[in-house]
Design a protein around this ligand. Structure first.
Ligand code: Z5A
Length: 212
Protein backbone atom coordinates (compact mmCIF):
# COMPACT_ATOMS: atom_id res chain seq x y z
CA UNK A 1 0.00 0.00 0.00
CA UNK A 2 1.03 3.62 -0.28
CA UNK A 3 2.95 5.07 2.62
CA UNK A 4 1.26 8.00 4.30
CA UNK A 5 3.19 11.17 5.09
CA UNK A 6 3.20 12.52 8.60
CA UNK A 7 0.62 14.91 9.84
CA UNK A 8 1.45 18.52 8.93
CA UNK A 9 0.07 22.04 8.85
CA UNK A 10 -1.85 23.42 5.89
CA UNK A 11 -0.64 26.13 3.53
CA UNK A 12 -3.62 28.44 3.08
CA UNK A 13 -3.37 31.37 0.64
CA UNK A 14 -5.74 34.31 0.36
CA UNK A 15 -5.76 36.25 -2.88
CA UNK A 16 -7.73 39.14 -4.29
CA UNK A 17 -7.69 42.76 -5.35
CA UNK A 18 -6.52 45.53 -3.09
CA UNK A 19 -9.26 46.31 -0.48
CA UNK A 20 -10.98 42.94 -0.91
CA UNK A 21 -10.62 42.32 2.82
CA UNK A 22 -7.78 39.77 2.93
CA UNK A 23 -6.02 41.38 5.86
CA UNK A 24 -9.19 41.54 7.96
CA UNK A 25 -10.02 37.93 7.15
CA UNK A 26 -6.50 36.64 7.84
CA UNK A 27 -6.54 38.06 11.35
CA UNK A 28 -10.03 36.70 12.07
CA UNK A 29 -9.02 33.29 10.78
CA UNK A 30 -5.84 33.35 12.87
CA UNK A 31 -7.68 34.00 16.12
CA UNK A 32 -10.42 31.47 15.40
CA UNK A 33 -7.87 28.72 14.65
CA UNK A 34 -5.83 29.67 17.73
CA UNK A 35 -8.96 29.51 19.89
CA UNK A 36 -9.72 26.00 18.66
CA UNK A 37 -6.24 24.92 19.69
CA UNK A 38 -4.46 24.78 16.32
CA UNK A 39 -0.81 25.67 15.79
CA UNK A 40 -1.13 28.54 13.31
CA UNK A 41 0.72 31.61 12.07
CA UNK A 42 -0.28 34.37 9.74
CA UNK A 43 2.19 35.48 7.05
CA UNK A 44 2.03 38.00 4.25
CA UNK A 45 3.81 38.74 1.00
CA UNK A 46 5.54 40.96 0.32
CA UNK A 47 7.34 40.37 3.61
CA UNK A 48 8.69 43.90 3.99
CA UNK A 49 11.02 42.99 6.86
CA UNK A 50 13.77 41.35 4.80
CA UNK A 51 16.41 43.18 2.74
CA UNK A 52 14.58 42.31 -0.47
CA UNK A 53 11.30 43.28 1.20
CA UNK A 54 12.64 46.76 1.89
CA UNK A 55 13.49 47.22 -1.79
CA UNK A 56 9.95 46.15 -2.68
CA UNK A 57 8.47 48.48 -0.11
CA UNK A 58 10.36 51.47 -1.45
CA UNK A 59 9.26 50.56 -5.00
CA UNK A 60 5.60 50.33 -3.96
CA UNK A 61 5.84 53.70 -2.21
CA UNK A 62 7.18 55.21 -5.47
CA UNK A 63 10.45 56.03 -3.73
CA UNK A 64 12.41 54.04 -6.28
CA UNK A 65 12.03 52.99 -9.88
CA UNK A 66 12.72 49.46 -11.11
CA UNK A 67 12.35 47.68 -14.42
CA UNK A 68 9.10 45.61 -14.53
CA UNK A 69 11.01 42.34 -14.77
CA UNK A 70 13.44 43.29 -12.01
CA UNK A 71 10.66 44.02 -9.51
CA UNK A 72 8.88 40.83 -10.55
CA UNK A 73 11.98 38.81 -9.68
CA UNK A 74 12.35 40.63 -6.35
CA UNK A 75 8.78 39.69 -5.34
CA UNK A 76 9.65 36.11 -6.25
CA UNK A 77 12.98 36.21 -4.37
CA UNK A 78 11.07 37.48 -1.35
CA UNK A 79 9.11 34.21 -1.37
CA UNK A 80 12.25 32.11 -2.00
CA UNK A 81 13.97 33.58 1.05
CA UNK A 82 11.08 32.29 3.18
CA UNK A 83 10.71 28.88 1.51
CA UNK A 84 12.75 26.72 3.89
CA UNK A 85 11.18 28.28 6.99
CA UNK A 86 7.78 27.75 5.41
CA UNK A 87 8.51 24.08 4.83
CA UNK A 88 9.81 23.44 8.33
CA UNK A 89 6.81 25.19 9.91
CA UNK A 90 4.38 23.11 7.86
CA UNK A 91 6.21 19.84 8.57
CA UNK A 92 6.27 20.60 12.29
CA UNK A 93 2.47 20.89 12.20
CA UNK A 94 1.92 24.64 11.99
CA UNK A 95 -0.77 25.87 9.62
CA UNK A 96 0.17 29.03 7.70
CA UNK A 97 -2.38 31.59 6.61
CA UNK A 98 -0.72 33.60 3.89
CA UNK A 99 -1.95 37.00 2.66
CA UNK A 100 -0.90 37.01 -1.05
CA UNK A 101 1.53 34.56 -2.71
CA UNK A 102 2.80 33.61 -6.18
CA UNK A 103 -0.61 34.28 -7.74
CA UNK A 104 -0.32 37.95 -6.80
CA UNK A 105 3.14 37.93 -8.32
CA UNK A 106 1.81 36.65 -11.64
CA UNK A 107 -1.45 38.65 -11.63
CA UNK A 108 0.15 42.05 -10.94
CA UNK A 109 3.13 41.65 -13.28
CA UNK A 110 1.09 40.24 -16.16
CA UNK A 111 -1.33 43.16 -15.70
CA UNK A 112 1.60 45.34 -16.79
CA UNK A 113 1.80 43.35 -20.01
CA UNK A 114 4.49 40.80 -19.11
CA UNK A 115 3.98 37.32 -20.54
CA UNK A 116 2.17 35.09 -18.03
CA UNK A 117 4.37 32.04 -18.58
CA UNK A 118 7.47 34.19 -18.07
CA UNK A 119 5.93 35.46 -14.83
CA UNK A 120 5.21 31.94 -13.58
CA UNK A 121 8.71 30.57 -14.21
CA UNK A 122 10.57 31.92 -11.13
CA UNK A 123 7.81 30.55 -8.87
CA UNK A 124 8.51 26.94 -9.96
CA UNK A 125 9.60 24.91 -6.94
CA UNK A 126 8.03 27.08 -4.27
CA UNK A 127 5.58 25.18 -2.07
CA UNK A 128 2.14 24.77 -3.60
CA UNK A 129 -0.72 25.95 -1.40
CA UNK A 130 -3.16 23.34 -0.12
CA UNK A 131 -5.92 25.88 -0.61
CA UNK A 132 -6.25 29.16 -2.51
CA UNK A 133 -9.20 31.33 -1.55
CA UNK A 134 -10.06 34.22 -3.84
CA UNK A 135 -12.02 37.02 -2.19
CA UNK A 136 -13.99 38.31 -5.14
CA UNK A 137 -14.96 41.96 -5.49
CA UNK A 138 -15.22 44.18 -8.56
CA UNK A 139 -12.49 46.82 -8.90
CA UNK A 140 -15.19 49.52 -8.69
CA UNK A 141 -16.63 48.19 -5.44
CA UNK A 142 -13.15 47.78 -3.98
CA UNK A 143 -12.36 51.40 -4.85
CA UNK A 144 -15.56 52.52 -3.09
CA UNK A 145 -14.24 51.10 0.17
CA UNK A 146 -11.87 54.02 0.15
CA UNK A 147 -8.48 54.09 1.69
CA UNK A 148 -6.67 53.73 -1.63
CA UNK A 149 -3.38 55.16 -0.51
CA UNK A 150 -0.65 56.53 -2.71
CA UNK A 151 0.95 53.17 -3.42
CA UNK A 152 1.92 52.37 -6.99
CA UNK A 153 -0.81 49.82 -7.85
CA UNK A 154 -3.69 51.50 -6.04
CA UNK A 155 -5.43 52.84 -9.16
CA UNK A 156 -8.74 51.71 -10.62
CA UNK A 157 -7.53 51.19 -14.20
CA UNK A 158 -4.67 48.99 -13.05
CA UNK A 159 -6.84 47.02 -10.62
CA UNK A 160 -9.18 46.23 -13.56
CA UNK A 161 -6.31 44.63 -15.46
CA UNK A 162 -5.25 42.72 -12.34
CA UNK A 163 -8.80 41.34 -12.03
CA UNK A 164 -8.57 40.08 -15.63
CA UNK A 165 -5.21 38.42 -14.92
CA UNK A 166 -6.62 36.65 -11.87
CA UNK A 167 -9.46 35.32 -14.07
CA UNK A 168 -6.96 33.76 -16.46
CA UNK A 169 -4.87 32.40 -13.63
CA UNK A 170 -7.45 30.76 -11.43
CA UNK A 171 -8.36 27.10 -11.87
CA UNK A 172 -11.06 24.74 -10.63
CA UNK A 173 -9.26 24.12 -7.32
CA UNK A 174 -9.61 27.74 -6.17
CA UNK A 175 -12.43 28.55 -3.77
CA UNK A 176 -14.20 31.80 -4.54
CA UNK A 177 -15.94 33.80 -1.82
CA UNK A 178 -18.12 36.84 -2.47
CA UNK A 179 -16.09 39.51 -0.68
CA UNK A 180 -18.95 42.04 -0.79
CA UNK A 181 -20.89 40.07 1.85
CA UNK A 182 -20.75 41.30 5.45
CA UNK A 183 -17.38 40.58 7.12
CA UNK A 184 -18.94 37.95 9.43
CA UNK A 185 -20.46 36.03 6.49
CA UNK A 186 -17.18 35.97 4.60
CA UNK A 187 -15.48 34.83 7.82
CA UNK A 188 -17.93 31.95 8.31
CA UNK A 189 -17.59 30.65 4.74
CA UNK A 190 -13.83 30.98 4.89
CA UNK A 191 -13.54 29.11 8.19
CA UNK A 192 -15.52 26.14 6.84
CA UNK A 193 -13.38 25.81 3.71
CA UNK A 194 -10.15 26.22 5.69
CA UNK A 195 -11.06 23.65 8.36
CA UNK A 196 -11.60 21.06 5.65
CA UNK A 197 -8.11 21.70 4.27
CA UNK A 198 -6.49 21.70 7.73
CA UNK A 199 -8.09 18.30 8.35
CA UNK A 200 -6.81 16.78 5.08
CA UNK A 201 -3.28 17.98 5.78
CA UNK A 202 -3.47 16.64 9.33
CA UNK A 203 -4.28 13.25 7.81
CA UNK A 204 -1.03 13.28 5.87
CA UNK A 205 -1.65 14.87 2.47
CA UNK A 206 1.84 15.21 0.90
CA UNK A 207 3.39 18.61 0.29
CA UNK A 208 3.77 19.58 -3.35
CA UNK A 209 5.40 22.31 -5.41
CA UNK A 210 4.35 24.97 -7.91
CA UNK A 211 3.04 24.72 -10.50
CA UNK A 212 0.98 21.57 -10.08
N1 Z5A B 1 2.22 42.41 -5.16
C1 Z5A B 1 2.87 42.15 -6.36
O1 Z5A B 1 2.83 42.96 -7.27
N2 Z5A B 1 3.57 40.99 -6.51
C2 Z5A B 1 3.63 40.05 -5.53
O2 Z5A B 1 4.28 39.01 -5.71
C3 Z5A B 1 2.94 40.33 -4.29
C4 Z5A B 1 2.24 41.51 -4.16
C5 Z5A B 1 3.00 39.33 -3.18
C6 Z5A B 1 1.24 45.38 -1.77
O3 Z5A B 1 0.55 44.37 -1.14
C7 Z5A B 1 1.13 45.28 -3.26
O4 Z5A B 1 2.07 44.32 -3.78
C8 Z5A B 1 -0.21 44.82 -3.74
C9 Z5A B 1 0.07 43.65 -4.67
C10 Z5A B 1 1.52 43.71 -4.95
N3 Z5A B 1 -0.74 45.93 -4.48
N4 Z5A B 1 -1.91 46.23 -4.63
N5 Z5A B 1 -2.87 46.67 -4.91
P1 Z5A B 1 -0.01 44.57 0.34
O5 Z5A B 1 -0.24 43.20 0.85
O6 Z5A B 1 0.90 45.42 1.10
O7 Z5A B 1 -1.38 45.38 0.14
P2 Z5A B 1 -2.83 44.84 -0.27
O8 Z5A B 1 -2.93 43.39 0.05
O9 Z5A B 1 -3.14 45.17 -1.64
O10 Z5A B 1 -3.85 45.72 0.49
P3 Z5A B 1 -4.46 45.76 1.90
O11 Z5A B 1 -4.42 47.22 2.18
O12 Z5A B 1 -3.77 44.90 2.86
O13 Z5A B 1 -5.98 45.38 1.65
P4 Z5A B 1 -6.84 44.08 2.00
O14 Z5A B 1 -6.03 43.19 2.87
O15 Z5A B 1 -7.39 43.47 0.81
O16 Z5A B 1 -8.09 44.63 2.74
P5 Z5A B 1 -8.43 45.00 4.28
O17 Z5A B 1 -7.38 45.92 4.79
O18 Z5A B 1 -8.75 43.81 5.07
O19 Z5A B 1 -9.80 45.77 4.02
C11 Z5A B 1 -9.89 46.94 3.25
C12 Z5A B 1 -11.03 47.84 3.78
O20 Z5A B 1 -12.30 47.24 3.53
C13 Z5A B 1 -10.97 48.08 5.28
O21 Z5A B 1 -11.42 49.37 5.54
C14 Z5A B 1 -11.95 47.05 5.84
O22 Z5A B 1 -12.51 47.43 7.07
C15 Z5A B 1 -12.99 47.01 4.74
N6 Z5A B 1 -13.66 45.69 4.62
C16 Z5A B 1 -13.07 44.47 4.72
N7 Z5A B 1 -13.99 43.49 4.53
C17 Z5A B 1 -15.17 44.10 4.27
C18 Z5A B 1 -16.48 43.61 4.00
N8 Z5A B 1 -16.75 42.29 3.92
N9 Z5A B 1 -17.45 44.51 3.79
C19 Z5A B 1 -17.18 45.85 3.86
N10 Z5A B 1 -15.98 46.37 4.13
C20 Z5A B 1 -14.97 45.50 4.34
Amino acid sequence: GSKKCDSRGALIVLEGLDRCGKTSQCSRLLSSLEKSGHAVESWRFPDRNTGVGQMISSYLANDSHLDDRAIHLLFSANRWEKRSLMESKLRSGTTLIVDRYSFSGVAFSSAKGLDMEWCKAPEIGLLAPDLVVYLEISPEQAAERGGYGGERYEKLEFQKRVAESYKTLRDATWKIIDATLPIEDVEKQLREIVMESVLTCGEGKPLSELWP
